[in-house]
Design a protein. Structure first.
Length: 121
């Protein structure tokens, strides 16, 4: 595992095609931060790749960021580790904004369970 600090938080690469995204407390994810995330993923992971979005911090998205956050065709699966009702609502909002897209996603109550699913899906 190797961790990388970016302007919005941290990305931990678990394998060449599996990364964990931890967005920092109070961050507002805008289009520029989404572009930074996408550039990092495309540069540092082997496609198709899987993502774990670890919602251990509270943060928000602009509407444009919500529409673009998971639009990469290289994403094979996304697991969300959610720890609170507000985190769950945040993920559901993004999924509703992007309901036209078909995603291989699942929500979990722990980081360990999310990683286990990603390793076997």
């Amino acid at each position: 595992m190797k961790g990388y600090k970016l302007s919005f938080g941290e990305i931990i690469i678990h394998r060449n095609n599996l990364a964990e995204i931890i967005i920092g407390e109070g961050v507002i994810m805008c289009e520029l931060k989404v572009d930074e995330l996408h550039d990092f993923l495309l540069t540092n992971l082997a496609a198709p790749f899987k993502l774990l979005v670890n919602k251990k911090c509270s943060y928000s998205y602009t509407f444009e960021a919500q529409k673009n956050i998971v639009c990469l065709k290289e994403i094979e699966a996304i697991a969300f580790a959610v720890y609170s009702p507000s985190a769950l609502m945040s993920i559901e909002t993004i999924m509703n904004v992007n309901k036209r897209d078909v995603w291989n996603t699942k929500m979990f109550r722990s980081q360990e369970a999310a990683l286990l699913w990603l390793n076997h899906c």
